[in-house]
Design a protein around this ligand. Structure first.
Ligand SMILES: NC(=O)c1ccc[n+]([C@@H]2O[C@H](COP(=O)([O-])OP(=O)(O)OC[C@H]3O[C@@H](n4cnc5c(N)ncnc54)[C@H](OP(=O)(O)O)[C@@H]3O)[C@@H](O)[C@H]2O)c1
Length: 285
């Protein structure tokens, strides 16, 4: 009998990471559920209990490279292996590009891009040595098609896309598959209330105040509607499927809205551009 597979899921205190941890455990995988503060594991433990599975919370802040290395080494020592890694930790910043400071942009990248890279670097040597691994990076449709007001977030996800694609080429011959999960809008904490505005975009006298308000309203409508399109559970099921696939694909688009956006932006690029320009238009004086 082959040994039970072992997974690390980052950002498992809520949303997609939480549901992915439970879905993998349901598939018989031993799951270490990473989160910054393990005292916030109550929702995860409840969901696992309801699903009649166990998951093991571990403290991990993906921005801290040394801590990530230390945690991964400890898990590999304790469990003997890490076969599957789901990089779900992420943050969402909004604000027009000119209203986003370098520090705000860096903060966005620290979690969404460097966090993913920190975890990948830490787990690759072990996966290489065992000739087996599955790395699933939760990107976004925003990593394929960018939107006004989300230049920082989309840039961080485009970076994850390029990084993951190159990594896939580097690791495939070693039996390690890297995949990208690309959901559309999912009704999680992030889109409901945890997204962060750049400071300057909150200025009502700023040049983009009207356009920002318009785009925020549209975003909130989208967040409200997202209940109808894609659930965190649906994304988690795709993650679990990719984790157990013999040959996982490079990309998994999830959600009707994601497919529709991808299709429209590719099939009618000029119309798509005009639509976005209209949404981001300045208020006429
Ligand atoms: N919701 C969407 O519409 C959507 C769409 C496409 C892609 N995504 C992507 O899906 C992933 C999960 O997001 P979600 O929608 O599930 O949102 P969420 O419920 O807000 O989950 C984000 C998770 O990331 C964790 N996190 C944030 N910074 C961290 C750090 N430095 N180290 C470790 N963990 C950290 C949060 O944990 P704390 O408790 O520590 O804050 C939380 O568990 C993100 O990468 C996001 O970009 C989301």
């Amino acid at each position: 009998m082959s040994p039970r597979r072992v997974a690390l899921v980052t950002g498992a205190s809520s949303g997609i990471g939480l549901r992915a941890a439970v879905a993998l455990a349901r598939d018989g995988v031993r799951v270490f559920a990473g989160m910054r503060d393990v005292s916030r594991a109550a929702d995860l433990i409840d969901a696992a209990t309801q699903a009649k599975v166990t998951v093991e919370p571990v403290a991990i802040d993906v921005r801290d490279e040394a801590a990530v290395r230390e945690v991964v080494a400890r898990l590999e020592r304790d469990a003997g292996r890490l076969d599957v890694v789901v990089n779900s930790a992420g943050v969402l910043w909004s604000g027009f590009a000119e209203d986003t400071s370098a520090d705000e942009l860096r903060e966005q990248f620290e979690t969404n891009f460097f966090g993913v890279a920190n975890v990948c670097r830490a787990v690759i040597p072990g996966m290489r040595s065992r000739w087996y691994g599955r790395i699933l990076n939760v990107s976004s449709l925003g990593g394929r098609v960018a939107s006004p007001m989300f230049s920082g977030y989309d840039a961080s996800k485009f970076a994850v896309e390029g990084y993951s694609e190159a990594l896939r080429h580097e690791l495939r011959a070693a039996g390690v598959f890297v995949s990208l999960i690309e959901p559309g809008m999912v009704p999680t904490r992030m889109v409901r209330h945890a997204w962060r505005r750049s400071d300057a975009s909150a200025d009502p006298q700023g040049p983009n105040a009207a356009a920002t308000a318009r785009l925020e309203r549209l975003f909130q409508v989208g967040a409200g509607w997202s209940h109808q399109t894609t659930s965190a559970d649906a994304v988690a099921r795709v993650i679990a499927r990719a984790a157990s696939a013999r040959t996982p694909r490079l990309r998994y688009v999830v959600g009707l809205d994601a497919y529709a956006t991808l299709w429209m932006s590719r099939a009618a690029p000029q119309a798509w551009e005009l639509w976005n320009a209209w949404l981001a238009r300045p208020e006429t004086r």
